[in-house]
Design a binder for this molecule. Structure first.
Ligand code: SF4
Ligand code: SF4
Length: 394
């Protein structure tokens, strides 16, 4: 196996492994998210560390709150000093100034060790204004940095590029950020513009969802055929391509690693096989992505986009809906279920939509359709989505 490769982490004096270990999809004994297969997950983590991974990412709410405690236990003995530990404050739960200290204290206790990288979790414009700014979370974080409870401070993010810039420019405390980024999401959320903006400010950038929650690792038959053809082309070209990607996963990861602004990417690994595979890929993460590979990725991207049934651009001009229907989010879930053949994932994420904001709250008043520049028959799609995204019990 190739040795791990290391990269710059913003302006910090830390050479991070190209791959970070995400502790959010650990193996389980059963269906309950907090029933972690602790021994197997620890074997996986230690194998990753032995092979050079030096960044581990968890959060207050991962695995129903069990991930942090597991991580502290799994790193006991001499493994703790071989990695940087990152965890996240549930920023959306902060309702008063001392909530920051309360959550951080609980997290330090769960982990039983120092926190190297502390993030405000899943910031969007609303959480930034209504929780972070409203309750002086930044002041509380500054105090935690000063007294050493945390070593470095950043945020993870899910919203529009404009919201990303607002947050990025909203504090001088940021040393790093964590964004969703993959070959399908160059213009989605922070996107390539956000990646560049963060790097220009000297932030380390951690990439999450390089496989779009696994969607890019499970290609549709049409996309799988495109990858197979690209593989054959690369293997047959003269001179032969250097180290062509061996799977759709490696194609996707290599595309992310090609961006020098990316410090590391996180993978939430659930099996030892995934650990070995991803570390093998990280060991060749600096292999250049050539023109032929870029052309193949572009064909795959087009195939996914051509399969999207609703031409929604997420512009949000249709909002607000008088009945609080989360229109763009629901249409996006429908699109993903179809284009990525990921109905189970879409149905799971549909349950995360705020209560009362589902498609079933639509009264077909038509207000949103008058505002939609894409002239989408929103009410009709919502009706379909409600059926499609709702698991029908037998
Ligand atoms: S048609 Fe439905 S989704 Fe659109 S504004 Fe009216 S209630 Fe809201
Ligand atoms: S206005 Fe139309 S395109 Fe824009 S988010 Fe709403 S449904 Fe999508």
């Amino acid at each position: 196996m190739s040795p791990m490769e290391y990269r710059r982490f913003g302006t910090l004096d830390f050479a991070c492994s190209a791959l970070g270990f995400g502790a959010m999809r650990l193996p389980l004994h059963g269906a309950a998210p907090d029933d972690i297969d602790r021994e197997e997950a620890r074997r996986m983590l230690r194998r990753a560390v032995d092979l050079g991974v030096n960044y581990v990412d968890t959060a207050y709410n991962y695995h129903g709150g069990a991930s942090e405690e597991w991580l502290g236990w799994a790193l006991a003995d001499d493994y703790r000093e071989r990695v940087k530990v990152a965890t996240k404050l549930p920023a959306w739960k902060v309702e008063r100034r001392d909530d920051f200290d309360r959550f951080l204290g609980e997290q330090l206790e769960r982990l039983g060790c120092a926190i190297d990288f502390y993030l405000l979790h899943s910031l969007d414009a609303d959480t930034w204004r209504d929780n972070v700014l409203a309750h002086d979370v930044l002041g509380a974080a500054e105090a935690a940095l000063s007294d050493g409870r945390i070593a470095h401070f950043g945020f993870s993010f899910h919203d529009t590029y404009d919201a990303f810039v607002e947050i990025l420019e909203g504090s001088d405390l940021w040393e790093f950020c964590q964004i969703q980024y993959n070959y399908m999401d160059e213009e989605y959320q922070a996107g390539t513009r956000g990646l560049s903006a963060a790097a220009e400010r000297g932030l380390g950038v951690v990439v999450m969802e390089p496989l779009r929650g696994g969607q890019l690792a499970r290609p549709t038959p049409q996309v799988a055929a495109l990858w197979d053809a690209a593989q054959r082309d690369l293997e047959s070209c003269v001179p032969a391509a250097v180290c062509p990607p061996e799977s759709p996963v490696e194609w996707a990861l290599r595309w992310v690693w090609e961006h020098p602004e990316v410090s590391l990417l996180l993978s939430g690994m659930s099996t030892m096989e995934q650990v070995e595979q991803n570390i093998r890929y990280a060991g060749r993460s600096t292999v250049p992505v050539g023109a032929a590979e870029h052309a193949a990725i572009a064909r795959v991207r087009d195939a996914y986009r051509d399969a999207i049934p609703i031409p929604c651009t997420s512009c949000k001009y249709c909002l607000p809906c008088p009945n609080k229907v989360a229109i763009p989010d629901i249409l996006e879930l429908y699109n993903e279920a179809v284009a990525y053949a990921d109905l189970d994932g879409a149905r799971r994420r549909y349950t995360w939509i705020d209560e009362g904001s589902g498609a079933d709250a639509c009264t077909q008043c038509g207000t949103c359709e008058e505002r939609c520049p894409q002239h989408i028959a929103i009410a009709a799609w919502l009706e379909k989505a409600q059926t499609f995204l709702t698991v029908v019990e037998d």
